[in-house]
Design a binder for this molecule. Structure first.
Ligand code: PLP
Length: 393
């Protein structure tokens, strides 16, 4: 056998991608599996975005670009930050990467030395802890509760910070919980962070646009602008514009950190795909109505799914603020069925209901499941019927 690096052995492959692959496998074998595992919109990329990419190919825009993104796309991102978030950046404070995933990967590589701690609220997006581990850092989790809408409190944050803390991650609205922090909650967290000037903050705003709560979107910089010199804003076009396959994410932040992240990227992937950059620019600068159409559909499905789930004894599902996930507590159901944990429940649902869901433990919180609502209403209704039927209800 070949000896692999310890680094690789310290991490696991993405659980959500694994579930999606398993569902695809069963489907290929002829089973009618409904996949509620995927973390991507079921909508097609809007036509005006595709058209821009086709023009880019035809005009020969198919070569290397600047590592950190084309000046035109960076300008579009700067304008987006100004227009939608009231944040001011210069081109040297922006890095375009191959998806939001690479933005965070670059950040971890640029920031962390062995043993450096990164505070991650749980449940979390599956990739944060493993990207921290790959950079030699140590993830430190703050466990949240459904009673507090899966959000960390200022006291919890203060309790988790040590002399080794290098980075705190805030993801709002959150994958997997769908919950968003309010301006007041962010201000209270910012109040704590003010006492620890060496700690860098990453706000992952990937789901900024997939929201139905009435309040306008806010991130921590909107309420604590004094934290700007040590905060990275991470965002991208994957979720808002149904562009997961194009692989474009971006970061805005202090020039020093952005420069270090760019160095990492320059020695790994170089620039993101030239064609995708043109598409992302079209997404940010073009008509924005496409977002509203998707969000309306997600909201209607959310209402349907939350209501139906709550009718099943043993399942409690909080309504969310946004994203295309719901994160019901299923501990009662696990016990009622005589199962041991959420992993067994998701296997049970795949075997008996032909529905693929992701166990909450993949996101650092057992006793829960994550269901993606990025599936047609008909399929969702069918999935919920099957689940209700399979658990004897
Ligand atoms: N951040 C969060 C919270 C996510 O859920 C995802 C995707 O699942 C990403 C970032 C990265 O998205 P992408 O790399 O597709 O741009």
């Amino acid at each position: 056998t070949i000896k692999l690096a310890a680094r690789v052995q310290s991490v696991k492959p993405s659980a959500t991608l694994a579930i999606t692959a398993r569902a695809a496998e069963l489907r290929a074998a002829g089973r009618d599996v409904i996949g509620l595992g995927a973390g991507e919109p079921d909508f097609d990329t809007p036509d005006h975005i595709k058209a821009a990419a086709i023009r880019a190919i035809e005009s020969g825009f198919t070569k290397y670009t600047a590592v950190d993104g084309t000046p035109e796309l960076k300008r579009a991102i700067i304008n987006k930050f100004k227009r939608e978030n009231n944040l001011d950046y210069t081109p040297d404070q922006i890095l375009v990467s191959c998806g939001g995933k690479q933005s965070f990967f670059n950040l971890a590589q640029a920031l962390l030395d062995p043993g450096d701690e990164v505070i991650i609220p749980a449940p979390y997006w599956v990739s944060y802890p493993d990207m921290v581990l790959l950079a030699g850092g140590a993830p430190v989790f703050i466990q949240t509760t459904a009673a507090h809408s899966f959000k960390i409190t200022p006291a919890q944050l203060r309790g988790a910070i040590t002399g080794k803390t290098r980075l705190v991650v805030i993801n709002s609205p959150s994958n997997p919980t769908g919950m968003a922090y309010t301006a007041d909650e962010l201000a209270a967290l910012g109040e704590i962070l003010r006492d620890f000037p060496k700690v860098v903050i990453a706000t992952d705003d990937m789901y900024e646009h997939i929201r139905w709560s009435q309040a306008p979107f806010v991130n921590i910089l909107n309420v604590c602008p004094d934290l700007t010199p040590r905060t990275l804003v991470l965002n991208g076009v994957s979720k808002a514009y149904a562009m997961t396959g194009w692989r474009i994410g971006y970061a805005g932040g202090p020039a020093e950190i952005i420069k270090a992240m760019k160095k990492v990227q320059s020695q790994s992937t170089s620039n993101p795909t030239s064609i995708s950059q043109v598409a992302a620019q079209a997404a940010l600068e073009g008509p924005q109505e496409c977002i509203g159409v998707m969000v309306k559909a997600f909201m209607e499905r959310h209402d349907l799914v939350v209501e139906r789930l709550n009718q099943i004894p043993g399942i409690e599902c909080l309504p969310t603020d946004g994203t295309f996930y719901v994160f019901p507590r299923v501990q009662g159901l696990i016990e009622r069925l005589g199962l041991h944990n959420d992993l067994e429940l998701s296997e049970y649902l795949l075997a008996r209901a032909n529905v693929a869901v992701v166990p909450g433990s993949a996101f650092g919180m057992g006793g829960h499941l994550r269901l993606s609502i990025a599936t047609s209403r008909e399929r969702l209704e069918q999935a919920l019927e099957r689940i209700a039927g399979a658990v004897g209800d």
